[in-house]
Write a protein that binds this ligand. Structure first.
Ligand code: C2O
Length: 484
């Protein structure tokens, strides 16, 4: 036995089990109010913490002339750091959230609360909870019972009630079935955690978990949450990210074939800087965050059980763990960019039949081929609408009959605006979304309807009472299909 005192590991709890006097949600509401009262020059203030994720003076809802902001050098070093479209997405947000948790916990203690506060998580994918997809009532009302402002409420979300109409596709946990942590930068499976990159603050291809549910939930809540430069100003942001971080834990505990990268470029080529509750600068490499019980104060989740534990492992899932992914092959693409300027837009994918046949034959030798729909280089500015993406093989003559076909997923616009700026790191080339359509293709094949030379992809704008008509200059650079 060692002589050191036992470490109290905090437990992050499901927000739907909270909301009573003295619990973690009760104290979150109070502590957020305290952080919001601090000036943005203070690294433990609400505005500074949000700017670490992203900041643009044009979209700062609290900016006033003469506003005291940190020095340019300080902003350059600590602001606009969040990692997206990269294998650093999960470790960066984990370290960010742990430092935030320490800062909020210190505020809770200042306010007279307990020493072991932990950030709650929002499990919108919980099929056992009928309220799972609703925003917890603590975040909904503009004022509290005593008439004072509710620190957890923000203006401009897509719904003024807790109901955002979040569809099944947006809370799918399909990403958890993806055993490779990292994958292709374009074409095929981008991996559970995202493609291998250098420092990546928007632009490129989203990883599976980052695309769904992460990006989708940002779009669904909308308002501040819909833009990376303001997202962390909405107090729900942190509960959303606690859940994404929890899903990383669920994934690593599924079975031994689900492993974090061992590539030194992931483990230690970058280190990320944050301030702790005392304002001291801390640095973290991904290697230093892989075990939550050893990160800062240490934390664990109330539930990391495997949502697919009872389901038999899919043959394709097993095959994906069997070896290195085969080289993906481009088998078809739209002739030009697809401009989403109307409620329904259909694009045809021109297939290269010989290439497709050869790719299928080559892949079949190793494992069943998978099909990936790539929505490449999505760009746009202003407030962008969200689209659902369908694939179909319409019978001849019915191509324009308003058929939708089979739902492949949602096209998220989270970060698209940032990734469209010509001065940005990717030269404004936008964000690429990869949707695994293997199961849909299989279904069409079984029904005798699959004809790859006649594949149509339809984008249907999502409506909704509370949503304003979009500015709509959303554009998909190319729609393509890869076998891989
Ligand atoms: Cu860095 Cu949910 O975003």
């Amino acid at each position: 036995m060692s002589g050191s005192p036992p470490r109290i590991v905090r437990t992050r709890k499901d927000v739907w089990t909270l909301g009573n006097a003295g619990d973690d949600l009760f104290w979150y509401q109070k502590a957020v109010g305290l952080l919001q009262s601090r000036p943005p020059t203070d690294p433990t203030s609400w505005r500074y913490l949000s700017a670490v994720h992203g900041y643009d003076p044009q979209s700062d809802p609290f900016a006033q002339s003469g506003d005291p902001l940190p020095s340019n050098a300080d902003q350059q070093r600590f602001w606009n750091q969040c990692q997206h479209q990269t294998w650093f997405f999960l470790p960066w947000h984990r370290a960010y959230l742990a430092c935030f948790e320490q800062i909020v916990a210190a505020a809770v203690v200042t306010l007279g609360g307990p020493p072991d506060w932990a950030v709650p998580y929002w499990n919108y994918s919980d099929t056992a909870n009928p309220n799972a997809r609703l925003l917890h009532p603590f975040f909904v009302g503009q004022t509290l019972a005593d008439g004072s402002p509710n620190p957890l409420w923000v203006e401009g979300r897509n719904s003024t009630t807790g109901d955002f109409g979040i569809p099944d596709a947006d809370v799918s946990l399909g990403a958890l079935r993806d055993a490779p942590f990292t994958g292709a930068a374009s074409g095929s499976d981008p991996g559970f955690g995202g493609p291998k990159t250098i420092f990546s603050h928007f632009g490129g291809t989203s990883g599976r978990l980052e695309n769904v549910p992460h990006n989708q939930i940002h779009d669904d809540i909308g308002g501040l949450m819909g833009d990376p430069d303001t997202a962390a100003l909405d107090p729900i942001f942190w509960l959303h990210h606690a859940n994404i971080d929890r899903l990383w834990e669920v994934w690593t505990h599924r079975d031994p074939s689900f492993r974090d990268p061992t590539d030194p470029d992931w483990l230690a080529s970058l280190s990320f800087e944050f301030h702790d509750a005392s304002g001291t600068v801390l640095t973290f490499t991904p290697a230093q965050v892989v075990d939550p019980s050893q990160l800062l104060h240490g934390y664990q989740y109330g539930d990391i059980s495997d949502p697919f534990a009872a389901a038999p492992r899919l043959a394709a899932e097993v095959a994906m763990t069997a070896g290195p992914p085969p080289h993906p092959e481009l088998v078809g693409a739209s002739a030009q960019a697809v401009v989403l300027d109307s409620p329904v837009t259909t694009a045809q994918v021109a297939f290269r039949p010989q290439v497709a046949r050869a790719a299928r034959a080559r892949l079949a030798a190793a494992r069943p081929a998978r099909a990936y729909l790539n929505l490449e280089n999505v760009t746009g500015t202003g407030r962008l609408a969200k689209y659902d993406v369908y694939i179909d093989v319409p019978p001849p003559g019915q191509e324009t009959g308003g058929r939708q076909g089979l739902l492949a997923g949602g096209l998220s616009t989270f970060g698209v605006q940032k990734a469209s700026r010509p001065g940005g790191p990717h030269g404004g080339s936008g964000i690429t979304t990869v949707l695994d359509i293997t199961d849909l293709v299989e279904r069409l094949r079984r029904e005798g309807r699959w004809d790859e030379t006649r594949l149509h992809v339809t984008f249907v704008r999502r409506g909704g009472a509370g949503r304003q008509p979009p500015a709509s200059n959303l554009r998909v650079g190319r729609v393509s299909v890869y076998y891989g």
